[in-house]
Design a protein around this ligand. Structure first.
Ligand SMILES: [Ca+2]
Ligand SMILES: [Ca+2]
Ligand SMILES: [Ca+2]
Ligand SMILES: [Ca+2]
Length: 252
């Protein structure tokens, strides 16, 4: 199978297209950003979680802002992923003791009973690493990754090392094989361990923009697209279906 590589194509990034997000422009301290399909059109929607509430810019509605919706939990570290595999993103919170609370789309976004995934403490994230359609929790401790795979009844697996110094961990299916790929973003650039290539490391790719890194399949072609949200809440994305050209930022 031939993979159009984000890393290879990332080198030619400079033609600017229009990433037609019309986002709130306020600078928000403490806001965290994710991407996931909230409206079910197959394209990831930018998500902001701030002050125990979330809002979404819906791709199915010309990126109109939806929300603010209160979350049924507070504090902790937020994660967004499709835990129940219904195609819609579910916000979740992980507390300091490793308890995961998930607000499932299929249950009216009510908080689940906490599930304790003890055994590793670090940065929580979630993505579908085994490719069954359900997001799998992960914890990154330094460069050591632990996984709780849905296809293995959420038994802990790991550690596996996906590490660059100073790297911030992310995960998304950049190669489009159906399984999420570990990503780290550091000052040196973006690094990806492609699942379709036996987790060989690629990178760094410099996107030339600093800010909060996010991955999501914004164009809906089955490959996750890198994005960066700057300190003013402006999004820029490099879309796989458009040869990783940069889209945005755009002001209303
Ligand atoms: Ca969408
Ligand atoms: Ca899974
Ligand atoms: Ca993959
Ligand atoms: Ca894509």
């Amino acid at each position: 199978m031939k993979h159009q590589s984000f890393i290879v194509l990332g080198i030619k990034l400079f033609a600017v297209g229009i990433f037609s997000l019309i986002l709130g422009m306020q600078t928000v301290q403490g806001a965290v950003y994710f991407a996931g399909d909230f409206d079910g059109d197959g394209r990831a929607d930018p998500v902001k979680i701030d002050d125990d509430a979330w809002s979404v810019w819906s791709s199915a509605a010309q990126y109109q802002l939806l929300g603010v919706y209160e979350l049924p939990f507070e504090g902790g570290t937020f994660v967004c992923a499709d835990f129940d595999g219904d195609g819609l993103v579910d916000p979740a919170m992980v507390d300091a003791d490793g308890n995961w609370y998930v607000a499932l789309s299929g249950r009216d976004y009510q908080a689940s009973e906490p599930v304790n995934l003890a055994g590793a403490r670090g940065i929580p994230l979630a993505a579908d690493f085994d490719g069954d359609g359900k997001a799998d929790p992960a914890m990154v401790v330094g460069g050591q990754w632990f996984f709780w795979l849905s296809t293995l009844e959420y038994a802990i697996r790991g550690p596996y090392e996906f590490y660059v110094p100073g790297g911030q961990p992310l995960a998304g299916d950049l190669d489009g094989d159906g399984r999420a790929d570990p990503v780290m973003v550091s000052d040196a650039g973006w690094f990806v361990w492609y699942s379709a290539q036996e987790f060989q490391r690629f990178g760094p790719v410099q996107l030339g923009v600093s800010g909060h890194p996010v991955v999501g399949d914004f164009d809906g072609d089955g490959k996750a697209d890198p994005a960066i949200v700057d300190g003013a809440g402006m999004w820029q994305a490099w879309l796989s279906a458009d040869e990783y050209r940069k889209h945005g930022p755009q002001r209303a």
